[in-house]
Write a protein that binds this ligand. Structure first.
Ligand SMILES: *[C@@H]1O[C@H](CO)[C@@H](O)[C@H](O)[C@H]1NC(C)=O
Length: 493
């Protein structure tokens, strides 16, 4: 019941009529012609009880004695009596808290009126108190937070409307504007409804990127124009939704691994790993050989999910010392990256030396001088390093030597003078051994015959033979047998 300043009598009549105080109504009606003054005060709302509104006695030109003798008092139809007349001082003071917003809402100006009555003679004075707004309310948002889910491919210029704030104060004390906390992506656009109510929108000015910032927390601040200024805040929580805008990236462009040759199937080689900055299914990466026709798929396998590379075929150092695999990583959206895996094969001593005979002469004459070459052999070992380092020796304690002049070539020579008459045949075993761990060796036996030289004269078994013969022997009678030996052979014997 904002009374404002309607014609006085009407206001009073109505108000007191409500209370059915007929006697008073009549009384006031009678007195209505006697109004001698109408004063107006203007005070801010929310003044403390007892605060001075105005000096009524002075303003009405009445002295304090008259106030007392006339039993000056306030008459009002309001259920709440906001003011009190201090007859001892002639002042009007605040009796009850005056809340402009409660009294008038957003109607301006806001005032209430009442009458001061005096008797003997009767006088009636109307007093209107205008209540001016003080900035006693902050702008407030109904919600604590505003949530948005915005795709990271949202276009710039996209608008997102924000909750509006309410401020019951009026005029300059009312809602003035909105402020958005400093951020890279959004700017604030302020608008007014047809009814003058202010609201704001967030406009995307720089694209969002979930990978750098998956969540944004902003604050929308509503401020009024009062002094001191009051404000209200609401949090804006933005979840950036992922789009497959990132390709997988290998954590190494080249991976290196070593494997032993002859390593069994399922031997671990290495693990490749690519990460994808996207989220959820957009970040799932699978691995596969870039070139499925390279033939390396027979030797190695890459696990599609884990990137683990295992051996599936037989690795032979003697065939390939190094393999280069090209591996691609692909995400669900088809974006890819590629990398290289260089696999070095380590040699294993899996090949024994081989001995090939370049030349071999048999028999050898027994008068050959020491150092006579009997044969030339070549040794080979397919392994590398120590595994392929070959050394040759002769097995038994024989009068021969093996010498190397050229790498991997050996000559077999006599070490002493031979004597067919003592040893006519040799089985020479040559052992070729590599330096692997454990070493592997090969043996080869050469059968060497010693040929005769007439180096022995025949020798009689006795130097003197004596015999007795009886007389009268017939011719051809055997007297004695001479025996001579020659250790040489054939004609030489
Ligand atoms: C040499 O080897 C051959 C064949 O094994 C054998 O018949 C011969 O008796 C051997 N000779 C010597 C002197 O050991």
């Amino acid at each position: 019941m904002a009374c404002g300043i309607p014609p006085f009598s009407l206001c009073v009549t109505w108000r007191f009529g409500c209370r059915q105080n007929l006697q008073l109504l009549f009384f006031l009606f009678y007195l209505s012609h006697m109004v001698s003054g109408h004063i107006r005060y203007s005070v801010p709302e929310e003044m403390k009880k007892g605060s001075l509104i105005g000096n009524v006695a002075q303003d009405l030109g009445l002295d304090l004695k008259r106030l007392r003798s006339g039993r000056a008092r306030i008459v009002t139809g309001e259920s709440i009596q906001y003011t009190e007349l201090k007859t001892d001082k002639g002042t009007l003071v605040v009796k009850e808290r005056i809340d402009r917003e409660q009294l008038c809402g957003d109607v301006t100006p806001c005032s209430f009126s009442f009458e001061v009555i005096l008797e003997n003679p009767m006088e009636l004075h109307q007093i209107t108190v205008e209540i001016t707004d003080i900035n006693d309310h902050s702008p407030t948002f109904k919600r604590d937070a505003i949530q948005f889910e915005i795709s990271e491919i949202a276009n710039t210029g996209a608008r997102f409307s924000l909750a509006s704030a309410e401020d019951p104060d009026v005029g300059v004390n009312g809602l003035k504007e909105y402020i958005l906390t400093e951020n890279d992506n959004f700017v604030l656009k302020q608008n007014s409804n047809a009814d003058g109510k202010k609201y704001a929108e967030m406009v995307l000015q720089k694209p969002l990127d979930r990978e750098t910032n998956p969540n944004l927390s902003l604050k929308l601040i509503a401020v009024d124009g009062g002094t001191p200024q009051r404000s209200g805040t609401v949090n804006i929580e933005i979840t950036v939704l992922d789009v497959n805008d990132n390709a997988p990236v290998f954590n190494q462009s080249v991976y290196k691994a070593t494997v032993m040759e002859n390593a069994p199937r399922d031997t671990y080689v290495t693990t490749v790993n690519a990460s994808d900055a996207d989220f959820g299914s957009n970040s799932i990466v699978t691995y596969y050989f870039s070139d499925p026709n390279s033939g390396l798929g027979n030797l190695f396998i890459v696990d599609e999910k884990s990137g683990v590379i295992l051996i599936t075929g037989s690795i032979d150092y003697e065939k390939d010392k190094k393999y280069e695999l090209r591996i691609d990583a692909k995400d669900q959206g088809g974006l890819t990256d590629s990398s290289k895996v260089i696999i070095e094969v380590t040699d294993v001593n899996d090949n024994a030396p081989t001995i090939s005979v370049m030349s071999f002469t048999s028999p050898v004459s027994e008068d050959s001088p020491p150092g006579t070459t009997i044969g030339i052999i070549n040794v080979k070992d397919l392994d590398s390093g120590d595994n392929g380092q070959v050394n040759c020796r002769i097995e038994q304690n024989a009068p021969f030597k093996i010498k190397s002049n050229l790498r991997n070539y050996y000559t077999l020579v006599t070490d002493t003078v031979l004597d067919r008459e003592s040893v006519s045949e040799y089985n020479i075993t040559v052992v070729a051994t590599d330096a692997g761990m454990p070493p592997l060796s090969t043996t080869r036996t050469f059968n060497l015959k010693v040929s005769d030289v007439n180096d022995n004269a025949p020798v009689f078994s006795l130097s003197v033979y004596s015999a007795f013969i009886a007389e009268n022997n017939s011719p051809g009678f055997s007297v004695l047998t001479l025996r001579a030996k020659d250790p040489d052979e054939n004609q030489n014997a």
